[in-house]
Design a binder for this molecule. Structure first.
Ligand code: AMP
Ligand code: ZN
Length: 138
């Protein structure tokens, strides 16, 4: 059983700040910024992209409401809302979760920056390769 399933089953302790029938939100043990929280579905899905739709919809609603609550209660100036998918993107626990990371300063211990890729890009070709007419959304 994965570590988040054990937390949900109360086999190992955690610091929950919100819980309902579908999700639990706990303080991330790393507290990269004060109030760093994980929203975790009670059902095990390996990651965001494999999570069942209605569960994910609920998680996003919780992320919005709890994110606003954390912003108010911590006095943070901003927030990173993110979900890592697979090891190459930084996922270390293979149970879907969304990070809420309150931000206080650009010098916080987390820094997310986009460094423009200096290679030449054929945008028209890329668009043609990636564009899709319709998505399989229920
Ligand atoms: P990720 O790297 O995106 O998969 O995020 C996993 C997160 O889980 C990391 O930020 C860890 O600090 C956090 N974490 C690992 N073990 C625990 C635990 N027992 N309680 C709370 N958070 C944890
Ligand atoms: Zn699990």
């Amino acid at each position: 059983m994965c570590i988040f399933c054990k937390i949900i089953n109360k086999e190992i302790p955690s610091y929950p700040i919100y819980e309902d029938d579908k999700v639990i939100a706990i303080l991330d043990i790393s507290q990269v910024c004060k109030g760093h929280t994980l929203i975790i579905p009670k059902q095990h899905y390996p990651n965001f992209l494999s999570c069942e739709d209605s569960t994910l919809t609920h998680m996003m609603k919780v992320a919005k409401a709890l994110g606003n609550h954390l912003l108010q209660t911590t006095g943070a100036s901003g927030m990173n809302v993110l979900s890592n998918v697979h090891e190459v993107a930084g996922q270390t626990i293979d149970h879907c979760h969304i990070h809420l990371i309150p931000r206080y300063s650009e010098k916080d211990a987390i820094q997310i920056s986009f460094h423009p890729n200096k290679e030449d890009h054929d945008f028209a070709s890329l668009m043609n390769t990636l564009a899709i007419q319709s998505l399989d959304i229920l």
